[in-house]
Design a protein around this ligand. Sequence first.
Ligand code: FAD
Length: 285
Amino acid sequence: MKAAAFKYLRAENLDNAFDAFAEYGDEALILAGGQSLMPTINLRLAQPAVLVDINHISGLSGIEQSGEKIQIGATTRHFELANSELVASKLPLIASAIKHVAHRGVRNRGTFGGSLVHADPAAEMPACAVALGATLVLESRAGERRISASDFFLGVMSTDRRPDEILTSIELSADGPGDVWAFRELSRRHGDFAMVGVTAKARRASERLEDLRLVVFGCEECPQISAVAASLAASGQEPVAIAQAVAEELNPMTDLTGDAETKRFQARSLIEQSLGDLLEGRADG
Ligand SMILES: Cc1cc2nc3c(=O)[nH]c(=O)nc-3n(C[C@H](O)[C@H](O)[C@H](O)COP(=O)(O)OP(=O)(O)OC[C@H]3O[C@@H](n4cnc5c(N)ncnc54)[C@H](O)[C@@H]3O)c2cc1C
């Protein structure tokens, strides 16, 4: 099948894109890496009137540090995250997880921002953004809006982004002393979307995990911090007990990779392993 006819607009600046939103409303779709959008259009699951290409807008791409904050431009490509020394040293969770996102060809085009807005429940970057407490910066003609990743994801491929907004950048805190992280994923083949995955960030103090932000993905409709994991970890519970409690609270979706109970079982195992990684300071799971 081929895409239905659409107009193409190469935006040179944000105003060009806002003009298109004003003219076409939600019939204007943003094109970033195109790795998710183009298949959708080719299958005619989306039939936009105009594609607004944001790849040539200066200032939307790049990775910069300012104090303890790292700012990642929305059109920064997956391969740039994978090759960045700054990301490797200050955001090691992203550096580890990005290797699980698709294959080299897709990573060459796909963007960090596109992955967040696409909001696939089995995608790695949305889950990492939530675990890391990222702030998303969205811009529209009305100005700038900042929203935490935890509030941004609403459901399966559903976010709080408004049709006239462009995600311009993502802000994350650089890892500090005592920070530990974990990333574990089960997939059919390396580079496939997760059947189930777990990502977490915490501070390790006196053999306990403080401020644990544990997220299970590929399981529920969207990535969320587990409150029960945080409270049980803070009270010094063993990983096996925490994993059991978190798994019981999950509301897994049945999908092509497994039924709900299989996913619950897989998640419990990955959570226990991830908590062990955090407590023992093992980096790549
Ligand atoms: C074969 C294959 C395997 C893949 N495997 C994985 C995988 O294992 N894990 C994984 O996470 N992903 C995977 N992907 C998806 C890939 O990571 C995509 O790059 C990503 O989901 C979307 O990024 P993109 O830049 O290509 O966005 P696009 O496809 O261009 O856009 C996706 C959606 O986001 C919107 N959008 C994009 N950027 C912005 C912005 N800045 N502001 C507002 N809206 C925006 C678009 O309008 C569109 O609705 C795979 C893709 C393919 C083709």
